[in-house]
Each structure stands twice: as structure tokens, then as C-alpha cells.
Design a protein around this ligand. Sequence first.
Ligand code: CA
Length: 223
Amino acid sequence: MTRILIAEDEPAIANFLEKKLREQGFGTKIAEDGYSALYESLSHNFDLLILDLGLPGKDGVEIMEELRGQGETIPIIILTARTSVKDKVIGLKGGADDYVTKPFSVEELLARINLRLRSRQEPKQQPEIVLKVGEITLDLHAHTVKIGARTIHLSNQEFILLENFMRHPDRVLSREELLNYVWGYDYDCDSNIVDVYVGYLRKKLGRDTIETVRGVGYRLKLL
Ligand code: CA
């Protein structure tokens, strides 16, 4: 099923969009603020993002910058009340694929969504969907992790954490980097959530897979 993430803080619009998209057979999810929009967009669970620019927490432009900065290629259609040419240029330069202004016609929005989804399906350089480091294989599409032939079951957060390690093999990643990438916002800075999740990964993948680099962070070890 093609899944669309709706980043929109106005419930009336979000619910209306959700209803219309579901009628068309799309799977949907609503993110009501910038942080959850960014987090969900990075989850690889969606095929397209409809992005309101004025969102609480993080605004749409910041979200696009972070997504594109991390190499995330999800098609983005901006849906916003900001109609100035300047805003459109900022949006499109910031990495959006299309721009629809409110009030909008559902038919037009659907046409643009379908256009974006179609051009995505055309063969071009495929984004990397299988990461391999040493014995570990992580399939972003199937959402599976294997060590050799053995399948390892990970929670969503563990999966994203491991993905981040595998995208930077042999590099030391700081707690802040990992926190930002996996949890996507300023978690309580004293929180040891990163350490806790590294512990979970070690338990599942083997004690030696992730090395602690004192005072710096963690590094994935090539098995
Ligand atoms: Ca808004």
C-alpha cells in the first residue's frame, strides 16, 4: 500500500485530507507537529510527505533541510497558506517537489500526488535499501536485520539506531548525533536513552558489535 504522511497541525484540514486520501486507497498518518513530522519522515514508512510550512516545533522549511541534509529522498509536496513567490522559491529550493497553496482543490492535490508517485517509480538511481556491514545486513525496505543467515528482531527505535551506525561504519557517533537522528528532538539531555538502546542492540547483535569510545560516543565494529 502506498503510504502518505500528512504533516498538518490544523485538525480540520488534516482529517479532511486523510479521509480523501483513504478514499483513494492510500494509507495515511497525521503528524501534528514538526518533530513528529521529521521523525516519521525518516522512518522509511512513507512514500510521500504532504508538508504544511507553519508547524509547531519545527517548521516545514527546517524539516525539509534536515531530510534532504540526511539524503532522504521522499517526495515532498508543500501545502500551505503562504502564497508569496518568495515562499514558493524557498520551498522549492529547500527540496520540495511541488507546492500547493491553501485553499486547495482536492483534485489538483491528488493529481500532483499521483504525478510525484509515478515519477518516483520510474527507474532512476535507486536509493540504497540494503545496507551491509560485515556480517550484518539491514534491509530498509523489508525492515529486517540479519546476522549471517540469522534474523534479528528489532524494535523500531533499535532499527533506526542500527541503521545510523551502518550508514557510518567505523565512525564514532556522539550521543547527541544518535539522539537527534533516532529521537529527532531534544530529549532530556541528561537522559541515558542512547546508552540504554545501545545496550539493547548489544544484547541482540552481540556484545562486541558496538564499541564505546570513552568521552566521545559509540562506534560500530566490523565483525
Ligand atoms: Ca499550520
